[in-house]
Ligand binder design. Sequence first.
Ligand SMILES: O=C(O)CCC(=O)C(=O)O
Ligand SMILES: [Fe+2]
Length: 216
Amino acid sequence: MDGELFPRAPARIAPGAVHHPDWLDAEAQRALLDACREWARPPAGLRTVRIPGGGTMSARQVCLGRHWYPYGYAPTAVDGDGAPVKPFPDRLGDLARRAVADTLGAHEVPEAPYDIALVNFYGPGARMGMHRDADEHADAPVVSVSLGDTCVFRFGNPGTRTRPYTDVTLRSGDLFVFGGPSRYAYHGVPRVYEGTAPAGSGLTGRLNITLRVSGL
Ligand SMILES: O=C(O)CCC(=O)C(=O)O
Ligand SMILES: [Fe+2]
């Protein structure tokens, strides 16, 4: 945030899990937001995810590279309009590798290419329950970048949905990477603070992009 008295410092939240505040500058955030707007368009655009057994996720989603559905990956939007998923852009792979190097160190950058992006859009009242990212067939670190409204990101442990966990405030431009012993930790978004996106960002709500290695 501009004009902050003390810059927020990178912090290790759990073993293998690092929060790097303000990782993306305003220009990089704007470019990513513009790209998200394109990715969100049909075909295979932003959709409401239906959960088996009834109910829907409040965060709406669009995928690149592979289409995530509860609970697996497909080449087409099998639970949407059925269209082929949009390709995973090389520049997101570059971004993911740079993110891992900047947080966990160059030695933790996986050899396998990043090939999946899940873009979640949090409108009014949206949140995400505690879950593990466990549908990939590779244990490369998950890279998460946030745009728009500030949220509480709850980062827990691999064993239970409950405590111990740490509540981390993620703001627009923040990076969070989780790998190693935290790769399968439970995490969620219990709260988004509406109307907190940076002035002039042109975004109402919150966007989160996670970059993953499918291993598929
Ligand atoms: O919105 C976030 O910060 C987390 C998203 C997430 O956990 C996921 O897409 O699996
Ligand atoms: Fe997740």
